[in-house]
Design a binder for this molecule. Structure first.
Ligand code: FNR
Ligand code: LAC
Length: 440
């Protein structure tokens, strides 16, 4: 027999990301003296995460390249665009679901691929993917994950997942990663183009800390038969130098993190093969011989590259500057978006990330023509503060805020959002927006 609160519980699951329900849940908990440890404000969330993370881990996640100009520009771009809301448009029923690569998604949000999640929490990718799965948002497994994709896929039931690829110098490894991703039920491959060289990251350089050299973030590699063979072929590595205490400690850390392989040989092999900086368009199209999955290119900022991607038959684009971690001085993604959307002209979905912190940010990106957005650092901070539940809360809050932003701006659907006419302000020109009624 159904217990009386069964219906309530079911309703709660269905509505958990709707704005009003989430507000009610939080305020009701507050009334009974229960307050969440997860801050609702993105800056405070980052601060809270810093208190629970090691200095090295926090620097790695929070940091950007160079003077972090692009990281700030990403935020500034969102802050300087204003929404001019419309009233009295019946927003009592809001639907922001969409179809993306043949899958119905509840909201236009995905989890960005983020490497080395063990820096945030020991459950790492498993926790993040489960949080995403509980809300129906696709998780994008990183090439630099802390857990092998097979383990993560097994922990998330039928929920949607994609795989992000760094194109190795070894073709066989690329083939192996793609084949494994297919077997894991990944529904798309995202090729990240902006990291064929690692950006100049001042915070990490100051600490002399790169997680991969400590054997972290290598799980996709160390679990891969092709990679394992490459490491064995390379053979044992012995240093002739007398090791310092710090070097011995690093070696111990390495041994803990890389099991079943000579850890130093594994790290050296990884650094030699993980990325191909000679990559060109001709190389990229060869992925078509490996898979029939949709291929999405991440890290596009120039409209000419967007055109090239579409002409070459790729299936989607992620407008991204890698959260300002790669080329400092690169254009903010929101600024790059309109020209790319115009160039692509609806032929393939255009996603966006880098700087999404609030529901309003997502609304702005969609108004400028993005099909969906990728959430990055905020879910990592949620993971650091509260594990899987923390990551889920951060995502839930973002979805809830988005749902309210949708209604409060006078939109009931994503089509309404696309009809909003926002403009990127000139430096001297305060935000100006207008909102067309066409199509309603
Ligand atoms: C990333 N990002 C990233 N991208 C990718 O394609 N593969 C990866 O392995 C990683 N790893 C990674 C680690 C960390 C710690 C961060 C913060 C980011 C980039 C990520 O997918 C996304 O583009 C940015 O995180 C978006 O910027 P914001 O919104 O996080 O500032
Ligand atoms: C980073 C790499 C892993 O941004 O993409 O740290």
């Amino acid at each position: 027999m159904r217990r009386p609160n069964d219906r309530l519980r079911r309703a709660k699951i269905v509505c958990v990301s709707a704005g009003r329900e989430r507000q009610a849940e939080v305020f009701l908990s507050g009334a009974t003296g229960r307050r969440t440890r997860i801050p609702f404000d993105a800056a405070r969330l980052e601060e809270r995460a810093q208190t629970v993370m090691s200095a090295e881990a926090f620097a790695y996640v929070a940091g950007g390249a160079g003077a972090e100009e692009t990281m700030r520009a990403n935020r500034r771009a969102f802050e300087r665009v204003s929404i001019v809301p419309r009233t009295l448009r019946d927003v009592s029923r809001r639907d922001s679901s969409l179809e993306l690569f043949g899958r119905r998604l509840p909201r236009p949000f995905l989890l960005a691929p983020i490497g080395v999640l063990e820096l945030a929490h020991r459950d790492a990718d498993v926790a993040a993917a489960r949080a995403a799965a509980s809300l129906g948002l696709p998780a994008i497994f990183s090439s630099q994950a802390s857990r092998p994709m097979e383990e993560v896929a097994a922990a998330m039931g039928e929920a949607p997942r994609w795989f992000q690829l760094y194109w190795s110098t070894v073709d066989e490894l690329v083939e192996s990663f793609v084949a494994r991703a297919e077997r894991c039920g990944c529904e798309a491959i995202v090729i990240t183009l902006d990291t064929t060289l690692l950006g100049w990251r001042a915070r990490d350089l100051e600490l002399g800390y790169l997680p991969f050299l400590r054997g972290r973030g290598l799980a996709q590699y160390t679990s891969d038969p092709v990679f394992q063979r490459l490491v064995r072929e390379r053979g044992r590595t012995a240093s002739a130098e007398r090791p310092t205490l710090a070097a011995l400690l690093t070696l111990l850390e390495l041994r803990r993190n890389v099991r079943g392989l000579d850890p130093r040989a594994a790290v050296q092999t990884f650094t030699e093969i993980y990325s191909r900086s000679s990559l060109r368009w001709d190389d990229l199209v060869s992925i078509r011989d490996l898979t029939r999955l949709p291929i999405i290119l991440k890290g596009i900022l120039h409209p000419d590259d967007a055109r090239r991607a579409v002409e070459a038959g790729f299936d989607g684009i992620v407008v991204s500057n890698h959260g300002g971690r790669q080329l400092d001085g690169a254009i903010a993604t929101l600024h790059a978006l309109p020209a790319i959307v115009e160039e692509v002209a609806g032929r393939v979905p255009v996603l966006l990330d880098s700087g999404i912190r609030t529901g309003g940010d997502a609304l702005k990106a969609l108004a400028f023509g993005a099909t969906a957005v990728l959430v990055g650092r905020p879910y990592v901070y949620g993971l650091a503060v509260g594990g899987e539940a923390g990551a889920r809360e951060v995502l839930q809050n973002l979805l809830a805020e988005f749902d309210l932003a949708l209604g409060l701006s006078g939109c009931a659907s994503l089509a309404d959002v696309r009809d909003m006419k926002l403009t990127i302000p000139e430096r001297s020109n305060p935000a100006t927006t207008s909102y067309s009624d066409e199509g309603r």
